[in-house]
Design a protein around this ligand. Structure first.
Ligand SMILES: [Zn+2]
Length: 203
């Protein structure tokens, strides 16, 4: 039985970069690996995982894992944007780790922009052997808290509440701490007020 790891963190917490560093190290040690991602994530490329700091990892884009079979002799599987898979896909990864003895590293978001768990991430929190948090600081100017939530907003800086959990690239997001998430989500403060107009284009 191999280990199933879940690395969760907010957007911009370097998850895809760490995935790429793992792949780089596996190449150096001659380990067989492959990377997969949900095909819903076509932000940058259909076949590559591209981190925000430019590390590129070759990957297979898959709609689901129903018919997924790792290539022969695979020792490690790297999964990007794992939150966009379904709980049944996570069950498939559990089977692969347990029955094929392949170590699996999953990278993804824990909660959506309403503060709710993604179903796949909930399943991973229940099943993973190792759970790791990727830390980064809250994106509100001068805040020193760790970011744990995402706030979604339109081009005028108005907070978008509810809506589709699976959306890539359409809205703007900020990774914020729990306090700022609740203050903004509940309308206690406005984004323009606390960001001094720096929110446009995610800045
Ligand atoms: Zn904050």
């Amino acid at each position: 039985m191999a280990k199933l790891h879940f690395y969760y963190g907010v957007m911009s917490s370097s998850k895809s970069a760490f995935l790429g560093i793992n792949a780089y190290n596996f190449n150096r040690t001659d380990n067989r690996w492959e990377a997969i991602k949900p095909s819903i994530d076509n932000r940058d490329s259909d076949t590559n995982i591209v981190s925000r700091i430019g590390i590129v990892t070759k990957a297979r884009a898959l709609q689901n894992l129903d018919n997924y079979i790792p290539a022969p002799a695979t020792q490690f599987i790297l999964v990007d944007e794992v939150q966009f898979f379904k709980p049944s896909d996570i069950e498939k990864l559990v089977q692969i780790a347990d029955n094929s003895n392949i170590t699996i590293f999953c990278y993804g978001l824990k909660v959506d922009s309403n503060g709710d768990l993604f179903p796949a991430s909930a399943k991973l929190l229940a099943e993973a052997d190792e759970i790791h948090q990727m830390e980064t600081v809250c994106e509100i100017p001068q805040c020193t808290n760790m970011a744990s939530h995402h706030i979604r907003f339109d081009s005028n800086g108005n907070i978008i509440r509810g809506g589709n959990q699976v959306e890539v690239g359409a809205s703007q997001y900020k990774s914020v701490c729990r306090k700022h998430f609740h203050d903004l989500y509940n309308g206690k403060v406005s984004l323009i007020q606390i960001c001094r107009n720096q929110f446009i284009n995610g800045k």
